[in-house]
Design a protein around this ligand. Structure first.
Ligand SMILES: [Ca+2]
Ligand SMILES: [Ca+2]
Ligand SMILES: [Ca+2]
Ligand SMILES: [Ca+2]
Length: 448
């Protein structure tokens, strides 16, 4: 679960200021920096990746110098007071690599940690994508003890994680929006992050359990060695997009799903019927507009993170609604201080359970359009199971056929070539069948 991050200097040489021998590092009695760590010894944890470490330009607390003897702070590089300055150390390298990991996780929340070098039977994931897409790997330079697999290339890593269809990097992917309901908390909560779903589920006081359909290819959340109770099985009723780029020009623009939550007993110490008094534990909600973020904040909700994207409401319905999607609603059950999100096909059930109130009051309950669970490709062989393991929404977005298990007719299934759970293995629209998949293009002339 750990990436060893080393550092290089402005000349893109390994950062090494040791005085001839590592024996004297750090120099006793001084604050001398000696450079980046690594090992030559077989069997010790090897260097994995490197990022800039020496004189790295960064945001800094305005007017503050962290370590003047190390030339680290707001005074260095630019004038003091502008909140920008230089600093040196592998502490500057690690967050650059962590940031790229965050990008990869947001593109594909179901990708596993994996390993930098895959052995037989290993599945590609974040660490293999990073190691295989460094600037050094791109020119076939192998691993070294100091540089490891080399310098992280964020754009190349993002392209690999997005995947290639019909020879082009796709713009977007689709991922399950995990739904949890807390019987004690009386709260529906939604997240695309498996790790966040685990965090909600292990809240024993809330008694959260997953709801919705099983997720093809994703039978369990990442195991938690410290979990005291078994984690619930991953389930979802709604599938959403993972980047802000609309997959096809003719489809509506996308809007973010901002997650917000409100603690129990807000306002602090309140008792019903104080207006807005929430006594039922947390309420997680999703909002899509700045105005609604501000309204929810005024009502005691705190802003967390973007959980994904959906198509924004369009006119004129139904012609403008993207194929395969349904209307996605946010509605609230006032008696439980709870707001939930659900699709058109679930509306009758949720309304019967009391989820009828608009939040904010008077607003449109329709947030936009998202994908339901559906997978109905004809069987691979007579009498075989229906579906190819890729939900229709995922296939609509990447461009494979929703009515064929093998869009390009090369004998390899769409789900093997381009899994929703994991990293694309090959191009599902490059085979002998000659099918022209309609995936759009990103990075054609640089970042969109
Ligand atoms: Ca809720
Ligand atoms: Ca399918
Ligand atoms: Ca298919
Ligand atoms: Ca194929």
């Amino acid at each position: 679960r750990v990436v060893a991050a080393g550092g290089y200097d402005p000349n893109i040489a390994f950062w090494d200021e040791s005085p001839g021998s590592q024996t004297f590092c750090p120099t006793p009695g001084s604050e001398r920096e000696c450079g980046s760590n690594y090992t030559n010894n077989f069997g010790e944890p090897p260097q994995e990746l490197v990022a800039a470490a020496k004189s790295v330009f960064s945001t800094i607390y305005p007017g503050k110098d962290w370590a003047p003897t190390l030339e680290c702070g707001d005074s260095f590089g630019t004038p003091s007071g502008d909140g920008l300055g230089l600093c040196t150390g592998t502490s500057m390298s690690a967050p650059q690599i962590s940031g790229v990991v965050g990008i990869l996780r947001s593109i594909n929340p179901l990708a596993t940690t994996s390993k930098p070098v895959l052995g037989f039977g290993d599945v590609a994931g974040i660490r293999s994508v990073l190691a295989q897409t460094t600037f050094e790997a791109q020119i076939a330079q192998g691993w070294t003890p100091t540089f490891g697999h080399g310098r992280v290339d964020a754009a190349a890593a993002a392209r690999r994680m997005l995947g290639t269809v019909q020879g082009r990097t796709v713009k977007n992917r689709v991922t399950p929006l995990f739904r949890l309901y807390g019987a004690n908390a009386k709260d529906y909560a939604d997240t695309t992050s498996p790790q966040f779903a685990i965090a909600i589920a292990i809240n024993q006081a809330g008694a959260y359990q997953t709801q919705g359909s099983l997720i093809p290819g994703y039978d369990e959340f990442p195991p938690d060695p410290g979990a005291e109770t078994p984690l619930p099985t991953p389930r979802a009723a709604i599938y959403v997009l993972t980047t802000e780029y609309k997959p096809r020009p003719e489809w509506p623009a996308l809007v973010p799903l901002y997650q917000m939550d409100r603690s129990r007993n807000y306002p602090i110490g309140c008792t019903p019927p104080t207006p807005g008094c929430n006594t039922k534990n947390r309420d997680y909600i999703l909002v899509t507009t700045t105005a609604h973020i501000e309204q929810a904040y005024a009502d005691g909700y705190k802003l967390r993170t973007i959980q994904g994207y959906i198509y924004q409401p369009c006119t004129v319905e139904p012609a403008c609604i993207p194929p395969g999607t349904e209307k996605m609603y946010r509605a609230c059950k006032t008696a439980d201080d709870d707001c939930a999100t659900f699709l058109e096909s679930e509306r009758t059930t949720f309304e019967a359970a009391g989820y009828t109130a608009a939040y904010p009051s008077g607003s449109n309950k329709v947030l936009g359009y998202a994908y339901p669970y559906a997978d109905n490709d004809p069987p691979r062989f007579p009498g075989g199971p229906v579906g190819d393991g890729l939900v229709d929404g995922f296939e609509w977005v990447i461009g494979t056929k929703i009515d064929s298990w093998d869009s390009d007719g090369d004998g390899d299934g769409d789900v093997e070539e381009f899994p929703m759970v994991g990293v694309a293995v090959s191009d599902p629209c490059s085979g002998l069948g000659g099918y022209s998949c309609p995936a759009d293009v990103i990075f054609k002339n640089g970042f969109q």
